[in-house]
Design a protein around this ligand. Structure first.
Ligand SMILES: [Zn+2]
Length: 343
């Protein structure tokens, strides 16, 4: 059981990291020792209201942000591609933002539940492809091409947000806390053509994996994503004889995957030889199509959270109330959750 003090400490830690402060830096701002701050963060000590005021000021949140804090209780499993070049502090910052998102939207999204369940790879006994087909079945998606993937995930209870992730050089980051719904943050920098694959990849991590992703898990999540978006059985059936670019673009549009991913799929299902696959890749890169694909996929945008917020506003809640329940000032709340991000 976590106490109120611990819950407050948890929020404080997440806010501090998300603002990019070390304990030493924040302690200096507040005028207390790092040891004292550390104890507050771990829930072992209290602070005077005066000190809380300084903390809130430094972290740019209202003092009321620390009034009603419920603990997150269950540990979160967080998945992201490990990049050797990304500083640990940047990763910690985004991980903190992710836990903050969960805290912030808990009241807004109410008792949201997910229809997704965990699947066990059982040391390779189940393949990622099998699990992808199982998840399709659980969500009632059959083997058909998938429409708006963001909408499908949101219907399944997943919280999807577009987020600035270029600092950690990953396309997306997902987390799933045991007593909650999966959260996927998709990088604002990710082109629409890659976004669906990226989200399917994160879904794969969420249903199959236990924690931070190593090389092997990355390959598994990619295999999951490919099969989830474009089941091998269907691509094999639909692959045009002597496929030319136009025929492939038709398939690209139908299945909503990039040309690059489609060609990879053609090789996976045995419709392209290794040599043909290489030739296609050379063709895509010499024509610049690997950077800018023809028939770009339309960007899919999350709507569940903004819809929930607008409903509260329609029912008479104020932005101030909602922002306060999200431990934020109204301006940041609006910028974070209500303003459309340009695509
Ligand atoms: Zn990954």
């Amino acid at each position: 059981m976590t106490t109120k003090l611990e819950a407050r400490g948890e929020l404080l830690t997440a806010l501090r990291l998300s603002r990019g402060f070390t304990q030493v830096e924040l302690a200096a701002e507040v005028g207390i020792s790092q040891a004292a701050l550390s104890k507050v963060e771990s829930g072992e000590a209290r602070l005077e209201v005066q000190a809380w005021r300084k903390v809130a000021e430094a972290l740019m949140v209202p003092l009321s942000a620390f009034r009603d804090v419920r603990s997150t209780t269950a540990p979160a499993r967080i998945f992201h591609r490990k990049q050797r070049t990304t500083p640990k502090s940047a990763v910690n910052k985004v991980a903190a933002e992710l836990s903050l998102v969960r805290l912030r939207v808990r009241d807004l999204m109410g008792d949201r539940t997910t229809t997704l369940r965990r699947h066990d790879l059982e040391g390779g006994f189940n393949t990622p492809q099998e699990i992808a087909r199982d998840v399709r079945d659980e969500l009632g998606l059959g083997r058909e091409p998938l429409g708006d993937l963001v909408a499908i995930l949101e219907d399944a209870g997943v919280l999807v947000l577009r987020w600035s992730l270029d600092t950690i050089q990953v396309d997306a980051i997902a987390s799933w806390q045991d007593d909650s719904v999966p959260v996927i943050l998709v990088g604002e920098h990710v082109p629409a053509d890659r976004q669906r694959f990226t989200m399917a990849h994160e879904l794969g991590h969420a249903v199959m994996h236990e924690g931070a992703a190593e090389k092997e898990q990355e390959a598994e999540a990619d295999a999951f994503a490919a099969e989830f978006l474009a089941p091998a059985s269907e691509i094999e059936k639909e692959w045009p004889r002597g496929a030319d670019l136009d025929a492939l673009l038709l398939l690209k549009r139908r299945w909503g995957i990039s040309l690059a991913a489609l060609i990879r799929r053609g090789k996976d299902v045995g419709r392209l030889t290794d040599q043909e696959y290489r030739q296609w890749n050379i063709h895509l890169s010499t024509t610049g199509m690997h950077r800018r694909e023809p028939d770009p996929t339309e960007r899919e945008n999350p709507t569940a959270l903004t819809t929930a917020i607008r409903k509260f506003l329609d029912e008479g809640a104020s932005i101030e109330d909602l922002a306060s329940s999200a431990h934020m000032y109204p301006r940041e709340f609006q910028l974070t959750f209500l303003e459309e991000t340009p695509s």
